[in-house]
Design a protein around this ligand. Sequence first.
Ligand code: SF4
Length: 400
Amino acid sequence: MQPHSVYLHIPFCRHRCGYCDFNTYAGLDDLIPAYVQALCHEIRYLAENCGRKPPIHTIFLGGGTPSILPAGEIEKIINQLYQDFNILEGIEITMEANPGRLTYDYLKSLYELGINRISLGMQSANPGELLLLERQHEFHQIANAVSLVRKAGFKNYNLDLIFGIPYQTLESWQLSLELGLSLGPDHLSLYSLTIEPGTPLENWVTRGLLSEPDQDLSAEMYEWASEFLNERGFEQYEISNWARRDEVNGLLTCQHNLQYWRNFPYFGLGAGAHGYADGKRTANVRSPRVYTQKLLTWDEKDNQNNLSFPKTPATASVVTIDRSEEIKETMMMGLRLTEEGISQKEFQARFGTTLEDVFDTQIDDLIEVGLLEWDRMTNDHLRLTPRGRLLGNQVFLRFI
Ligand code: SF4
């Protein structure tokens, strides 16, 4: 069995930010102990249905705000994973954390539990922009969190930043990124703000209370960031992600996200989590209460035959991915990798055919208009050109 990844969804936040459409809830903290118990049950059911301890090489605790969970609850989850899964040596375990409330003792406990990568949602250094996003921290708290992260022993941490915020200027974006970089991160994820349907932000824009992000300005911000980070020694490896090169460990990419972009298997556990294993895409029930109830009241004896791998009692849907769908998904996700792209050799080994045999006209057309290229060193990797990175969605659409 090839190494799998595990995503664990923690759907709790202190406050629901106006731009966020994630499956997360404020004011549900009472549910946390039962939810963690349910998550541990889901881990066990999944491993039992697999018939063996699945080999795991990355784990990601995301949300929501996983750092809302007390260290003791995180410990229960990690212990359960070690008990039921085959945790491979050198595993990457990432946890997202809210920079406003971290303490040294808490971070030290996480580090001792084996969590070795922290992802902090900085978003911006500008107080007005943070206010507009309804984020409940200020830049000095990010700086403080970073020093605690390092002091607790973490060698690898990420900062998330957002650009294209309404009223954000190029100068203010430049300052945020410069200040973020001054904290010495190992990895940066830069996202363009999208107005998600059903969010308060969308409501404000629709009612004319807020102007929509300027797309041209967003593109300018992105291009400036790419050049700036390149000059500062960061290497871009995905449309929205950059990493520092370490003398010992090489490029400090996020191994967990690489699993998604390479279209390799992962288990999605927790309320609303999505997974991809054994050629099937799964989605769990979204409501944390329903999720918890389903797992804690599941009667194993009565339901012995109802859970074919990779289903768990919380699975709401399963879609089988056939070969042609897998090829399309592999293209859509792999082309996000700006250096690696899609390797002809690996594609052939996986699907028994060449890229040109499947996508002859698409590849030729996109190369001709300057959005795709073969890498010059090996001529093996098909990838986006710098212009293609800006127009990624147009490229991906050609492979659907
Ligand atoms: S803290 Fe993050 S996950 Fe929670 S509501 Fe805000 S943006 Fe969404």
